[in-house]
Write a protein that binds this ligand. Sequence first.
Ligand code: CDP
Ligand code: MG
Length: 140
Amino acid sequence: MEHTLVLIKPDVVKMNSIGVILSEYEKAGLKIEALKMLKMTKELAAKHYAEHIGKPYYAKLVDFMISGPLVALVLSGENAINEVRKINGATNPVNAEPNTIRAKFATDSTLNAVHASDCIENARREINLFFLADELMYNL
Ligand code: CDP
Ligand code: MG
């Protein structure tokens, strides 16, 4: 059983499609273990996207991520980290498999609808950036 952090990015919130995205994960058998809406700050973006600081797209990415509210959630399930990344699809929607969230909702490589952790260490780190221990409906 793994836990992973998902962000439903500001583009999806503006499209009024939070529920559709949550349904995709629930239909796949993943369980929602924590959930909140918030506005990302530049400081939180720098922590969450630390490995991307200095990349040519970093400023555009941060401007997008702080452009409006987003939804943060923790999902659990068997192989949840890879399962969620499969449901999300490739970073650039041009490369995303049909029926993935990014194929259906992403605009480009930056405005790409969703985030999901890429490994166990990053999942733990990212979950702790967005949630306090008593906001998680399971024991880490
Ligand atoms: O989100 P994912 O793990 O699929 O991709 P990443 O390579 O870890 O990049 C993190 C985020 O940076 C992406 O989801 C995009 O929003 C953004 N990005 C971008 O704006 N332009 C790129 N060429 C690559 C990533
Ligand atoms: Mg990534």
